[in-house]
Design a protein around this ligand. Structure first.
Ligand code: KE4
Length: 432
């Protein structure tokens, strides 16, 4: 048995499914999860020291690859001052100022400890600000595991076949309306039918959690117009896309200012940090100024914020990061498409910046959750295992985005494409 197999056996005794987040359990792709011992640059090393090129990068945060010197130095520096105070610090002021500078739609921001906390807090704030109860989310979008979001949810929820989680009460579910992504008419119908009751529309402007699906310009612009006309708070959940697609997030690319934005992943530099923010008028609703309560023992933790500050400062000072990871991603996806064509395969590959997903679907384009669900997840599982065997660590789900880091260079790209071709050959040999 490998060390990972031994550890997985042990883990299942005291941890549900042996993992601390469901999608890590490999249930959608078969086999047993790999237990990671350490990582450096583009590589993860499992408990048997087997190397893997990492295309998950901790589900987004590790945009600079693993153990970048400037982040480790910032953390080591912070450790000397102890770990946590539960009191305001200079670093939190610097972090708030930097986030508001880099994401102009954010005039005020509150730090929390995860993307889930950020999105939960954002809709509570929108509800408190508007004094309305309902929210609109989109099928296949995932906004963390807050009760209001676990309806038609993507990511691990759909991966486990549970887009509507058990334990979410009907009362909560009644206040969550859902529409197909990229379908503005469906939103208009919901808004008309719920006049004056909708507090917020929340979406991933580029969805990563059904696989990559980009919000169409007219859809996003239309949502902005609807929210302006109806007094609805438009929330861009940029937990995944924030500082991933540009230093100002996807909103900087598409030129739309949401009323609120949620952030996570990259802003912690690999440590637990989330954030929600937006218009000052809205954020003034948050305690202790306003009546929307939200709190956290480790919010603004000085060690985590030190990692986040080092990350954001680096990304601000090095805009070439974004061109570099986009070019690497394009080399990978174009190389995959060329290989697929050799085998008369036309699986759609959606990509933007350093995010991409290959859908094992017969459809030519994937624009929403219904499209994404036409994917052959059993075939994806076989592809995943063939890639893993060849030392390429993909997200263990068809409904996830991959993330390219600055550590992915020509050597790794060649390895990824070689593995892809061999995997496709194996699957072709199975006459799939
Ligand atoms: P966390 O609570 O996991 O930090 O963030 C929740 C969240 C919110 N919004 C978006 C757009 C997200 O993608 C996420 C979390 N993403 C998943 C991966 N698709 C986290 C990985 C996991 O669940 O293990």
């Amino acid at each position: 048995m490998t060390q990972s197999e031994i550890l997985f056996e042990r883990a299942q005794t005291h941890i549900p499914g042996g993992v601390n987040s469901p999608v890590r359990a490999f249930r959608a792709v078969g086999g047993k999860p790999i237990f990671i011992k350490r990582a450096q640059g583009a590589y993860l090393y499992d408990e048997d020291e087997k190397p893997y090129i990492d295309l998950i990068n901790s589900w987004g945060p590790m945009i600079l690859g693993h153990a970048p010197a400037m982040i480790l130095e910032a953390v080591q520096q912070a450790l000397g001052d102890s770990l946590s105070f539960g009191a305001p610090t200079r670093k939190e002021v610097e972090m708030a100022e930097l986030i508001c500078e880099l994401v102009p739609s954010i005039e005020m921001v509150r730090l929390v400890n995860s993307g889930t906390e950020a999105t939960m807090s954002a809709i509570r704030t929108a509800r408190g600000y508007t004094k309305r109860a309902k929210i609109i989310k989109f099928e296949g979008c995932y906004h963390g595991h807050g009760d209001s979001f676990l309806i038609a949810a993507g990511s691990g929820a759909i991966t486990m076949g549970e887009p509507d989680s058990a334990g979410v009460t009907q009362g909560v579910a009644n206040d969550t309306l859902t529409a197909p992504f990229n379908d503005l008419e469906a939103v208009k119908t919901l808004v008309q039918a719920n006049q004056g009751q909708i507090a917020a529309i929340i979406l991933e402007p580029v969805v990563g959690n059904m696989g990559v699906v980009v919000g169409k310009d007219d859809f996003l612009q239309g949502l902005r117009q609807i929210c302006d006309a109806e007094g609805i708070v438009l929330i861009f959940d940029e937990v995944m896309t924030g500082f991933r697609l540009s230093v100002g997030g996807f909103q900087q690319i598409v030129g739309i200012k949401p009323d609120m934005t949620t952030l996570g992943k990259i802003i912690g530099g690999g440590l637990p940090v989330g954030a929600y923010g937006g218009k000052k008028e809205i954020m003034q609703s948050v305690a202790p100024v306003g009546k929307v309560y939200q709190a956290g023992t480790l919010s603004g933790n000085p060690v985590a914020v030190s990692a986040g500050l080092a990350m954001l400062r680096h990304l601000k000072q090095t805009p070439s990061v974004y061109r570099q990871i986009q070019e690497a991603t394009q080399q990978i996806t174009k190389g995959m498409q060329a290989i697929n064509q050799k085998y008369a395969l036309a699986y759609p590959i959606n990509s933007i910046g350093s995010m991409y997903t290959i859908f094992f679907s017969q459809k030519t384009e994937i624009f929403n959750f219904e499209d994404a669900k036409t994917s052959d997840t059993a075939l994806f599982a076989r592809y995943f295992q063939e890639m893993l065997k060849r030392g390429v660590y993909l997200a263990p789900s068809q409904y996830e985005s991959l993330f390219v880091s600055t550590a992915i260079e020509s050597t790794q790209i060649a390895h990824i494409l070689q593995a892809h071709e061999e995997a496709i050959q194996v699957l072709s040999g199975e006459n799939f």
